[in-house]
Write a protein that binds this ligand. Structure first.
Ligand code: SIN
Ligand code: FE2
Length: 226
């Protein structure tokens, strides 16, 4: 896979510094929260499932509608996967690379996403799509809104794994100022309701080596898309 995990991503334990920090909730906006370390209890079960998903649907660099190759490598699981190519951004039930349905969403992914949504005040989250983003050093995600979903009533639940990144959380207009939010392994960001269409992005990833995931950051973004 182009965004290859080195060393293998299912190694297990947390760094001591991460264990010392109890989960805490930070307020980004009226209906947006950072749940610090929220995913720690799930990570050990989650990484082998992530390996299985990526074996069936490997990371690939997709083309934007403008014809540029995205610096972030993507995969998906669940009923619908987000894709982009020369004809636009969309959700598809079929992986365009394998021409097969995307791998099923592992139960542990769903459990984590529902629990995180609930902790941020969104009950009954029912994700049908998990976009998996892989950032190598230098990869970034420009400011954008998540707008390809059928409706915006469900929140976005976004899990960070591996190397730290700076997440930009802006306003409802592109020109609004952005908060710079450092995201670490195990952190979850949830935004929905009045904050559902806030602009967001990720600054270019800094070089580094994460104890479990090596030289990369993996982001899992759960949505109800269809
Ligand atoms: C996204 O907006 O799809 C990704 C956000 C992230 O990588 O934290
Ligand atoms: Fe996004």
């Amino acid at each position: 896979m182009p965004c290859n995990p080195e060393p293998p991503i299912n190694l297990g334990l947390f760094a001591d510094s991460e264990l010392q920090q109890p989960p805490r909730i930070e307020v980004l906006g009226p209906q947006s929260r950072v749940l610090r370390g929220f995913a720690r209890p799930w990570v050990e079960r989650l990484l082998p499932s992530l390996d299985s998903v990526l074996a069936a649907a490997p990371f690939r660099h997709m083309l934007t509608p403008g014809g540029f190759s995205m610096s972030v490598a993507l995969s998906s699981c669940g009923k619908l996967g987000w894709t982009t190519d020369r004809s636009g951004y969309r959700y598809s039930a079929i992986d365009p690379q394998s021409q097969q349905p995307w791998p099923a969403m592992p139960e542990v992914f769903r459990e984590l996403a529902e629990a995180a949504a609930q902790a941020a005040g969104f009950n009954g989250f029912d994700p049908d799509s998990c976009l998996i983003n892989c950032y190598r050093p230098g990869a970034k995600m420009s400011l954008h809104q998540d707008k390809n979903e059928r409706d915006y009533s469900a929140p976005i639940v976004s899990l960070s794994l591996g190397l730290p990144a700076i997440f930009l959380f802006g306003g409802l207009q592109r020109r609004d100022p952005s908060q710079r939010v450092p995201l670490l392994h195990g952190d979850v960001v949830v935004w929905g309701g009045v904050d559902r269409l806030r602009y967001h992005g990720v600054l270019p990833l800094k070089d580094g080596n994460h104890a479990e995931l090596g030289g990369q950051r993996i982001n899992l973004t759960f949505r109800h898309a269809g």
